[in-house]
Design a protein around this ligand. Structure first.
Ligand SMILES: Cc1cc2nc3c(=O)[nH]c(=O)nc-3n(C[C@H](O)[C@H](O)[C@H](O)COP(=O)(O)OP(=O)(O)OC[C@H]3O[C@@H](n4cnc5c(N)ncnc54)[C@H](O)[C@@H]3O)c2cc1C
Length: 363
């Protein structure tokens, strides 16, 4: 079986790797693999969020991916380091309303069997010196983060090591078991996976409605450097209904994000966006403004019509889709890749993947 994967972000690459692991011959086609949302992403792997309450299907998908992460990483590290850290996520509240949200999040996490510890303001200060005064916090010691840039590089290495090919071109059109590239070349496939993030529905050749529209939701991120590291663990700060996250890397890099902007395909990092992030971060960790500047970047989260992932066979024979992961693509890469690899080898995917069928948009 020759499978072509259109799009080499974390979703396309992880899918290609898991399929190759099951003996599928894979070709990933992308003009610039791992340079879009998957490159900008902070790579937080938080245990839960109050917003997941009542979203039973998404919650199950997140939990399955969380369970899969350690073995996914262990297998990937047979090829290259993956940048995974399970050293804790600290959530802190700066007002009473935010603390009440954290309490609901704690109830949710405990009902799912996720280890969670409520921290007093003093315990927050002792655990993470340098924080501005907080109302309270929640520590999830078994969760953490992954560096998406390290992860993407490992996935490319693994795909190629298993005999897969990465073709650095764009797919313009899909015909009968053939894709046409931007240089006019054609590549034949038995099965096709559309994993081109928020560009997925731009690929031509499909009947109307067969591929749901995936809208871009811009996010800006700031990378600073602290030596020694300023933060011990991934920290999410909640205040007045909004949140900010700070993700430390082992080399002292501190990733701070992010903005949410609906501005079409605008990928420009702006002074306004970044100054807002610095101002918010300084309220969480005073002194952050004096850190060494690293990078500003903007990426486009892929948002489906219902903001939920789209995973599985489409109405077009032999055409599959893995997109729409919005703000959770890195978190959901293992479960998506396993699900897609199952579909591509005619085996049953994990039950948590099934509700995310592209066919839910067909009617
Ligand atoms: C600021 C920000 C912070 C984030 N933080 C987190 C986080 O902490 N945790 C988390 O889980 N998620 C996070 N996300 C979300 C996550 O990054 C995305 O859900 C994920 O990267 C989506 O991956 P993807 O492979 O679907 O899309 P992308 O990474 O956008 O990849 C799509 C690929 O398709 C290619 N492509 C496009 N058109 C074509 C074509 N015609 N032919 C061939 N290839 C094509 C592109 O070149 C690109 O490489 C964040 C996102 C942003 C923007």
């Amino acid at each position: 079986m020759n499978t072509v994967v259109v799009g080499g972000g974390v979703i396309g690459l992880a899918t290609a790797w898991r399929a190759a692991r099951r003996g599928v011959t894979v070709t990933v086609i992308d003009p610039a693999p791992a340079t879009k949302a998957s490159h900008v992403s902070a790579g937080m792997l938080p245990p839960g969020h109050e917003q997941l309450i009542g979203q039973e299907d998404l919650l199950r998908l997140c939990m399955t991916s969380r369970d899969l992460y350690p073995s996914f990483v262990a297998e990937l590290e047979e090829f290259a380091p993956a940048g995974f850290r399970r050293d804790g996520v600290l959530d802190v509240a700066f007002d009473e309303d935010s603390m009440r949200s954290l309490e609901r999040q704690r109830d949710l996490q405990e009902s799912l069997g996720i280890r969670t510890r409520r921290l007093s303001p003093e315990e927050c200060d002792a655990f993470q010196p340098g924080l501005a005064p907080v109302v309270g916090g929640l520590l999830s010691p078994d969760d953490g983060s992954i560096d998406p840039r390290v992860l993407n590089a490992a996935l490319i290495t693994a795909v190629e090591a298993l005999g897969g090919t990465v073709v650095r071109r764009s797919v313009v059109r899909v015909g009968d078991h053939t894709v046409t590239l931007d240089d006019g070349d054609a590549v034949a496939f038995d099965r096709l996976v559309l994993a081109a993030g928020c560009w997925t529905h731009h690929i031509g050749g499909f009947p109307d409605g067969a591929v749901p529209e995936i809208r871009p939701v811009k996010g800006q991120v700031l990378r600073l450097h602290a030596d020694p590291a300023l933060l011990k663990v991934t920290t999410r700060a909640f205040a007045k209904g909004s949140s900010l996250y700070l993700v430390p890397r082992p080399d002292g890099e501190l990733v701070i994000g992010s903005t949410y902007e609906e501005r079409g395909y605008d990928e420009v990092a702006t002074a306004e966006g970044i100054s807002a992030l610095i101002a918010r971060a300084a309220k969480v960790i005073p002194g952050v403004g004096s850190l060494r500047f690293g990078e500003i970047s903007a990426g486009l989260r892929p948002g489906s019509p219902d903001d939920l992932p789209v995973i599985g066979p489409t109405a077009v024979p032999d055409v599959y889709m893995a997109s729409g992961h919005f703000r959770m693509g890195v978190q959901l890469a293992p479960v998506t890749a396993e699900g897609m690899a199952a579909y591509l080898t005619d085996t049953a995917p994990h039950a948590s993947v099934v509700p995310f069928t592209p066919l839910r948009f067909s009617s």
